[in-house]
Design a protein around this ligand. Sequence first.
Ligand SMILES: CC(=O)[C@@H](O)[C@H](O)COP(=O)(O)O
Ligand SMILES: NCC(=O)COP(=O)(O)O
Length: 254
Amino acid sequence: MIALSVNLNKIALIRNSRDTTIPDIPQHAQMCIDAGADGITVHPRPDQRHIRADDCRDLAAMLEVEFNIEGNPFAGPRASDRRGVSDYPGFMELVRELRPTQCTLVPDGDDQLTSDHGFDLLRQAEELEPLLTELRSLGVRSSLFMDPVPEQMAIAAQIGADRIELYTESFAVAVSKGKDVDQCYRRFRDTAEAALEAGLGVNAGHDLNLDNLPIFRALPGLLEVSIGHALTVDALRIGTPAAVQAYRAVLAGS
Ligand SMILES: CC(=O)[C@@H](O)[C@H](O)COP(=O)(O)O
Ligand SMILES: NCC(=O)COP(=O)(O)O
């Protein structure tokens, strides 16, 4: 069964719009888990626009399901600009402190609107390898955020990644436009097959939703999808438990 990891970034975005503690992030995580989520994903960015370092600490203390922390491994410390909110300690510093189940490295700039590309291992393999080695020594499963490029899967394995996370925005766009869906899916399928051949696990995420997931879930060897934005929007319409159950039902093939 493909694991569903619910990303809580957008819940934190609502919370941060006031000096408040609601929605309570750990309580929302537990509601998702009670509804069937297999894991929780967060993406603490240096500006702490949504998920904060303190949220990651609170989640690490209570989660009994897989905890996936995503982010730019080269993001350094940044002072908080909000009263009562801890500073951002740096991405790898936070991962060292919390040792989540999984750490997904993402090549985001500090001020990007959202994640919008994967690593280019032809340029970045050398700087990533020691981080992957360190994650392994910490007992943290590593995953590299990657575009659907089959040729780079062997490099990901060679430098020590446990998994890759396929960046799926291009597939979401193809489905939403009804254009080149088969061609786009084939590129993801070829990349997944290359990853499996290299001994990597295959995760996927970004802009997956109830329209495109019924197609994407057929990907060979898919282990986990992390979904936040669309699931949160669906929850505004049908409620969080029903939204989680809807995604679970798609992944179960029903
Ligand atoms: C890496 C990725 O595609 C998402 O996990 C990311 O968390 C999206 O970040 P925002 O929620 O800040 O758009
Ligand atoms: N890694 C993808 C993720 O965690 C959530 O992405 P999205 O569903 O918010 O686009």
